[in-house]
Design a protein. Structure first.
Length: 275
């Protein structure tokens, strides 16, 4: 008798209307490829807690912003931790999975991140700018983001918002990793069209920048996306460390790159299940 294949519950919201991206297409294609190695079923994030007991692991992918189903997500995390359910990415991520606190922590540590504060008495720590980005600590997908002049910062209700200077960056670039292994990079040449992406060939310095945040996150397994912007002075600054459900933009990379990525994820999942 052949050994039973691992059973994966793949969490995705195929109907989520992401701007400039088609979550459903990416997950339909990726699950079709993963089925070559795993027995796999898809479910909506609201159903994950009720269904996960019958699977060897839960893979959280394009499940949409958690704030749209916060109660279900909290229940899922609580039950998974109580039952010892294997969740990929593992639930101890320090990036967006845990909220935006990491932007404050990285700023305080002096790492190359867009300077971020969450208290009015710390506004003097930010560089001068024409306008400032104000975003919810629990935000995602630019939900709740607004830009305000310095004069309005004193009017904000602090506690649940972050404040950053609006950077006049050259372009945004994303680095994609499976475990600690770099897979590919994409960038948006036009800052006004964030999701019109093209392949990007990173320099050694670029990869060292991205790896610094992957190492900081201490996830042994999982898919991570390091989003950065190229500042006017030429250096990179971290925009986001996405370790919960990073959209992968696999339709923007050549087929050989997609194949290598799927092979890396497959190997990572097998290793994760053995760990």
């Amino acid at each position: 008798m052949p050994a039973a294949r691992p059973r994966l519950l793949y969490v995705t919201d195929l109907s989520y209307p992401a701007r400039g991206r088609r979550y459903c297409d990416e997950d339909i294609d990726l699950t079709a490829r993963l089925r070559e190695a795993f027995d796999l079923a898809l479910c909506h994030p609201r159903d994950a807690a009720a269904l996960m007991d019958g699977f060897d692991a839960v893979v959280v992918r394009n499940s949409g912003p958690v704030l749209h189903h916060q109660d279900a997500h909290d229940d899922f995390r609580t039950r998974a931790q109580a039952l010892g359910t294997r969740v990929y990415n593992p639930l101890h991520g320090r990036g967006d999975m845990a909220g935006k606190q990491y932007l404050l922590d990285l700023t305080a540590a002096g790492l190359p991140v867009i300077p971020t504060v969450d208290r009015p008495e710390h506004l003097d720590r930010l560089p001068a700018a024409e306008t400032y980005a104000v975003k919810p600590k629990a935000g995602a997908d630019s939900i709740g983001l607004e830009f305000v002049p310095y004069e309005r910062l004193a009017e904000l209700s602090y506690g649940e918002v972050l404040v950053q200077p609006r950077i006049d960056f050259r372009y945004e670039v994303s680095f994609y990793f499976v475990d600690d292994r770099f897979q590919y990079a994409l960038y948006a040449p036009d800052p006004e069209r964030r999701w019109v992406l093209e392949p990007y060939e990173p320099t050694d310095a670029d990869l060292a920048f991205a790896r610094r945040f992957v190492d900081w996150n201490t996830l042994d397994h999982g898919i991570q996306r390091v989003d950065a912007c190229r500042a006017p002075e030429g250096g990179l600054l971290l925009v986001e460390l996405e370790d919960l459900n990073p959209y992968l933009s696999l339709d923007r990379v050549p087929e050989p790159v997609r194949e290598r990525f799927v092979e890396a994820v497959t190997a990572s999942l097998h290793d994760f299940l053995r760990a």
